[in-house]
Design a protein around this ligand. Structure first.
Ligand SMILES: [Zn+2]
Length: 317
């Protein structure tokens, strides 16, 4: 008889999963508490389970739906609770019944959960979990979670309130939030890297100065594309811009690459979008370029508004 067919006994030390936890991480915690290996536990609940299970292992290729009730017997935790807490099983069920196998970049939404929240639950090691589209920090402890280093940001101007606005935006614009988030990250980063928006650069510099020097770091667990300090200092403005970019009413005004409409006919739209951005950012100089190297047509908000951007101008301004 194979391990996944044997009669199962509950583990001596059952542990509840953390909400959104990666299955590999949960099995590691269970195995450690019970003196076994994650691979051994996995093989007891499903055929085709890997022997080697990393903390990040989450897609359950070739696993069978019987794994969930078996994990429930093993841990004594109801199937519904496991199903709600461990996204791996939601994906497994979706694959089984052929609905919405939304295969995104599985690892880009992972984060290490807040160590203070875990401590209050008696968990000492880092826990890997999937986060919602708008989650960037622990609101209870004001700890930034989207990066290698978990900075305390409670004293930094506008960051905690931006998280609340961000969550509201994700609820309000569920269909556009993913695309708009990518666009807003790119746009804010362009302003940061080019450094030609002096009012923004001043704010971002002040926030960077306020960041704590030493905080908990988890460099080996995850891969991030950007330095989290850049994301933190620009976060309030990122959310303000996201409020425009995710709103279908503003998105509908964008000029697409294929449209043959002359720039002059869209001057009004471009003005309206900049006026709105200036209002939301409380900065009235977004359209002012400091020198010839930074033409208005290269401004990232202009390029968002008008996808043909640079190509619309035949002669230098
Ligand atoms: Zn917390």
């Amino acid at each position: 008889m194979k391990p996944w067919e044997e009669h199962l006994h509950p583990l001596p030390v059952p542990l509840p999963p953390v909400h959104g936890e990666v299955l590999g991480c949960y099995l590691h915690r269970l195995a450690e508490a019970n003196g076994t290996t994650p691979g051994r536990l996995a093989q007891c609940i499903s055929p085709h389970a890997r022997v080697y299970f990393t903390l990040r292992t989450d897609p359950l290729r070739r696993w069978t739906p019987a794994a969930l009730p078996r994990l429930s017997i093993m841990t004594g935790i109801p199937v519904e609770t496991l199903n709600r807490s461990l996204p791996a099983f939601t994906h497994l069920a979706a694959r089984e019944n052929g609905t919405s196998p939304r295969r995104g970049h599985a690892h880009y939404d992972l984060h290490v959960t807040c160590r203070h929240c875990m401590k209050s639950r008696g968990i000492s090691g880092p826990v890997l979990a999937h986060r919602g589209p708008a989650a960037r920090l622990c609101l209870k402890h004001a700890i930034w979670l989207d990066g290698y280093c978990h900075y305390y940001v409670g004293h930094i101007d506008g960051v905690v309130s931006a998280q609340r606005r961000h969550i509201r935006l994700a609820r309000r614009f569920p269909d556009t939030i993913t695309a708009a988030t990518k666009e807003a990250v790119k746009l804010t980063r362009s302003w940061l890297v080019a450094g030609y928006q002096p009012a923004l650069a001043r704010r971002w510099h002040q926030r960077a100065e306020a960041l704590p020097k030493q905080e908990a770091r988890y460099p080996s667990l995850l891969r991030y594309r950007y330095d989290e300090r850049e994301s933190i200092v620009t976060y309030p403005e990122f959310v303000s811009i996201l409020g425009i970019l995710a709103d279908p009413r503003w998105r509908a005004l964008r000029i697409h690459r294929t449209s043959g409409i002359a720039f002059e006919r869209h001057q009004e739209t471009i003005d309206a979008i900049y006026t709105e951005a200036e209002r939301r950012l409380s900065i009235h100089t977004l359209r002012e370029m400091p020198d010839a190297r930074h033409a208005f047509r290269n401004d990232p908000l202009f390029r968002w508004t008008d996808a043909r951007g640079r190509g619309r101008f035949d002669t230098p301004e």
